[in-house]
Design a protein around this ligand. Sequence first.
Ligand code: GLC
Length: 563
Amino acid sequence: MSFLAASRPEASAAEWWRQAVVYQIYPRSFADSNGDGLGDLPGILSRADYLAGLGIDAVWLSPFYPSALADGGYDVADYRDVDPRLGTLEDFDALTAALHERGIKMIVDIVPNHTSDLHPWFREALEAGRGSAARERYLFRDGTGPDGSVPPTDWMSTFGGPAWEQVADGQWYFHHFAREQPDLNWDNPEVHDDFVRTLRFWSDRGVDGFRIDVAHMLTKDLTEPLPSREQLGAIPIDGNHPLFDRDDVHEVYAEWRAVFNQYDPPRMAVAEAWVAPSRVPMYARPESLGQSFNFDLLLADFDAAMFKQVVDDNLALAARSGSSTTWVLSNHDVVRHATRYGLPPIGVLASASERTTGEPVERAGASWLLSGGTAPALDREGGVRRARAASLFLLGLPGSAYLYQGEELGLHEVAGIAPERRQDPTFFRTEGAEIGRDGCRVPLPWTTEGAALGFGTAAPHLPQPAWFADSAVSVEDAEPASTLRLYRRALAARRALQSGEALGWVVTDRDDVLHFTRPNGWQVVTNFGTEPYPLPDGEVILASLEFDGTELPGQATAWIAPA
Ligand code: GLC
């Protein structure tokens, strides 16, 4: 047995996040308190006891700021307010207080790469015209061709379609994402100052940390002549690429780190950075954001060799930065893992270069659904069984675990949303070629009845399929073997068992079984295969399915107590 990563002393209160379980809430789809079909902050507050009962350490709220919802709230019109449809700043304070009373931290989402086109700065930029200081907050350029009617480059947006949009006076602005999301100019000190103000605003309100949206995209080098799309694709992403993962983005985070450290305890941050593995530690360094998402499990099949490689690689990366790693199986951008594991495996781990732009996850998820559909290729029961095994594997690992609302119910992706009900800009910008991310954002089922299965009293903003009722919280609450009860037991046991941040692999005679131990002797065994696996001696304290405690069935995980 070899131990990876040095054992650390217990994390101090300031480092609460190192092995935390963080639960992501997509506010518009969690609970609707006022019957308008849209989830809201008082709705989340009404479920505070549910969150406490789950046993999580922190909540991460996806954007709840004023927004036209061109990209589900990631198009922010005011960074220091609450969307009136979701509540008020007082509601935010009440929610934070309720979570804090229950020992749960609050993490909010910061979207610094782009604003909404309804943000006052962008409205001002449109009015003030070319050459104005207001336009300097964004990335405006003149077009090419004799009358400037050709965009500055042929670059594509991440959501499909062109990355430049023309405004009335003929100039063009750059947008990595939807046209309603103009990119900010991070060479402009005013942009820096405004985000520092935003970070202080929420920190002063008692927020414990921040999730930084597309943290690797903020800074750009748009010095002319600009490369063509083809030329751009050939430029190595090594710190000097015009658009992605530039070294100078860490100057921004050094500034932010100074702000975070002025608070007690220091505010934490986690980077959503789709970068090559070798560059992840730059974001996770204590001088930078301090932690970075590791999305590798989103890109892996339910496969022992892939899981082992992902664990080894990411513990090594965490050791390099001094941070802890982060495990993610589902979030609001990808096909839910119960469904991924119910569809045919991909067969390869995504390569480092594919990981850089953030595209492959959406693409992979979408194409699985498009090619697999939900029936008959989707193995619903098998998907949930494997998802439960993978979740218990993940929750046994050192580092922090980021869970996505609904995974604790074993929810499947909703594939069959009618085109006219879809919301994700990827669906529209690719003319339906990419199905988009609405299927993992459907409002949660709390009960089995009513217009919205307990989500609220009105029809929800995305339609819930009838089968959602089978996974309602009320149903799973009453069912001892449910996924919800499994998550509750797992989170409680994890809290009791948690020890240093090391992991030791135990060699097995099966290449489809992974077995590891933690420094206190807690053991985790996952059988990725189909043949039962005889467990080592010890008390099985938790398993992803019921069995006799001696032979672990296929596609299952067991936790064994420290001796
Ligand atoms: C991030 C978010 C995603 C959003 C995009 C643009 O990847 O997770 O939901 O669409 O950034 O803000």
